[in-house]
Design a protein around this ligand. Structure first.
Ligand code: GCB
Length: 605
């Protein structure tokens, strides 16, 4: 699948990220290339195109762009840019939140980082980007490594033989211009934070190395681990060992002609502590092949549906969730590190959540690892949001690639229980084909998790229905609804009833109301904390009447910035549906949801 998708992308862009991103990048020997990067704002892309609008990096010499990092040769030389002396951005970090002039900027910014390396013979080196929004062109020592599209998934370049002993210059052209034919499109309800928003690493492996692996409980058998280890480099008939010392299990297998070794490990079932929010047990797993050795921490759990139930390790669960964006209201911009992320997930836990919807795009690998550790189940999503260009094969290839990269990255994380293939995509024939193919793709990549999408509802009088041909391809009847906010109000919303005609667990993936933190009025007054709180109380009544209701992720944990929200009094470019305000203050509805979840917890004990 992966090879097929990369081939499809090659047609879109001449040079793309080459090797498949390494599994478990943080487990590798690596140098972090985070820190302060010099940057040049380039709205006309002067550093990329010559005055005839031809890209420098496609000319015969390949020189002329800002990636040359050229300095004047002598006093007679004209050079109209310089990274030396340019301001710096903290990386990881978007530019919009680090320079007031760039708050609304969408376009190209060049970023440069110099670093030292001491490459050794017999080793391989990979330059790994956690995420760059949206399109990145990457150059090392003046030579192009390739490009990548998609703002939330990792990509890497094999730079073996390209690294210099001593100083190296890495230049990235990041461009967050929105296009209708991208994923997402021009229209979203979140800030289009541009730049290198996640870690940059220079990783080192032996010449023959562990590229990828999957170590998870076998589907339908809690007494066995099933998976594979994929080697790259010298591959045939290599011995691979996988061991979990704490469980006293170890297996040795050999790779096939493609460097892949199938792994199947019988578990001492009585000894296993299965991963759950109540006991988020992670086992130290060691994988070794030749000179390469890698350690991971992996949880073992099963997740299936039976009729309208969701079973975690065979036991019915109610998903007590909340939706969240990859944004910390207290610090401008994207989440930057484990501290930020822990704060967000801790807030969810404080509300008695056992589950989070990481909307609307892949959040960072660190976030998922924290969810593993803190015991929160995860709904992980790709930015197939609202109105995509459904008819274009290259747009589909892009969406499928982002979904593939998400699954490849996070498939060993027990916390991830649901892959979501999109949000509020309006039903039409081409959309149904597109989304149906995405559902098939994700299942072919991973048959062990549930597949969902945040669907839309339809209103006929007072009856709200979920009818979507895509539902047949999903494990869940999952939908967003905004009774009491975008339609109706607190006084009238209780007249509605929901009709969900699918024998599947019902998840309400969104509901909510805007409230300006600290603004108090009666519960009929929009924007007040009382309005939001009453809407939550009303919504619980409506949703509890749905027979198959098995979970929800109200919109949203914290207020977040959005260019779509210009109301000067109440919004000021913030979406105020947070249960926690811009300043970190809990709104009334936070406590209402918390006590509702307390009851659910009792009910499902
Ligand atoms: C939705 C979207 C979400 C928005 C939210 C809102 O349906 O899925 O991205 O932010 O509504 O606040 O309007």
């Amino acid at each position: 699948m992966r090879r097929f998708l990369l081939a499809a992308c090659l047609a879109v862009s001449a040079a793309v990220a080459t090797a498949a991103p390494l599994q478990n990048i943080y487990g590798r020997q690596h140098q972090l290339l985070d820190g302060r990067w010099n940057y040049i704002v380039d709205p006309y892309e002067t550093g990329f195109y010559n005055y005839r609008r031809e890209p420098y990096d496609q000319s015969a010499s390949g020189v002329g762009g800002f990636y040359d990092d050229r300095k004047p040769r002598d006093k007679d030389d004209v050079v109209e840019y310089s990274f030396d002396g340019s301001p710096t951005l903290a990386i990881p970090g978007d530019w919009n939140s680090q320079n007031a002039k760039l708050e609304f900027y969408e376009g190209t910014v060049w970023l440069r980082r110099q670093f030292n390396a001491a490459p050794q013979a017999g080793k391989r080196y990979f330059l790994y980007f956690g995420a760059v929004n949206y399109e990145a062109h990457v150059y090392l020592n003046g030579k192009k490594l390739g490009s990548h599209k998609g703002g939330f998934t990792p990509f890497q370049f094999d730079v073996t033989g390209r690294l210099q002993a001593g100083e190296n210059t890495l230049v990235v052209k990041a461009d967050n211009t929105r296009h209708q034919d991208d994923i997402p499109t021009v229209n979203t309800d979140w800030w289009n934070y541009g730049g290198i928003t996640r870690d940059v690493l220079l990783a080192e492996t032996p010449d023959s190395y562990i590229e990828d692996y999957q170590i998870q409980l076998a589907k339908g058998d809690m007494g066995r681990i099933e998976g594979y280890v994929q080697l790259a480099g010298v591959q045939h008939a290599q011995e691979v060992t996988v061991s979990i010392a704490e469980l006293g299990v170890k297996t040795a297998v050999r790779t096939d002609d493609h460097g892949r070794a199938v792994v199947s490990i019988a578990l001492p079932k009585a000894k296993v502590r299965y991963w759950s929010p109540e006991d988020p047990k992670l086992y130290a797993v060691s994988i070794a092949a030749g000179a390469d050795k890698l350690d991971d921490r992996i949880g073992l759990r099963s997740i299936v549906t039976r009729g309208q139930d969701i079973l975690l390790n065979g036991k019915p669960v109610f998903l007590r969730g909340v939706s969240l964006h990859d944004e910390n209201p207290l610090i401008p911009g994207r989440l930057r590190g484990a501290g930020d992320m822990r704060m967000m997930l801790q807030w969810a836990k404080e509300m008695n959540c056992n589950y989070v919807r990481l909307a609307h795009y892949p959040h960072s690998e660190e976030m998922i690892r924290l969810a593993d550790e803190m015991g929160l189940m995860v709904w992980a999503e790709v930015p197939v949001y609202w109105t995509i260009s459904w008819d274009k094969p290259e747009v589909y290839a892009n969406a499928a690639q982002q979904l593939t990269d998400l699954v490849v990255r996070d498939k060993n994380r027990a916390s991830v229980v649901i892959w979501s293939i999109g949000n509020e995509t309006p039903v039409s024939a081409p959309r149904n084909v597109f989304m149906g193919k995405l559902a098939d793709t994700v299942r072919s990549l991973d048959g062990t998790r549930l597949v969902g999408a945040a669907l839309e509802v339809h209103r006929n009088g007072d009856v709200v229905t979920v009818e979507d041909p895509l539902a047949d391809k999903l494990d869940l009847a999952s939908f967003n609804e905004y009774a009491g906010w975008y339609w109706s109000n607190n006084r009238e919303m209780l007249k509605f009833s929901f009709k969900v005609n699918y024998n599947k667990p019902v998840l309400v993936t969104e509901f909510g109301a805007d409230a300006l933190g600290g603004y108090h009025a009666d519960s009929d007054t929009r924007w007040s904390e009382e309005y939001q709180d009453q809407l939550y109380k009303n919504t619980f009544k409506l949703l509890d009447a749905i027979p198959g209701l098995r979970g929800m992720t109200p919109w949203v944990l914290t207020d977040f910035r959005s260019p779509r929200r210009p109301n000067p009094v109440y919004q000021d470019y913030w979406n105020r549906k947070g249960l926690i305000s811009e300043t970190g203050k809990k709104k009334q509805a936070f406590y209402t949801l918390k006590s509702y979840y307390e009851q659910k917890q009792e009910q499902y004990k």
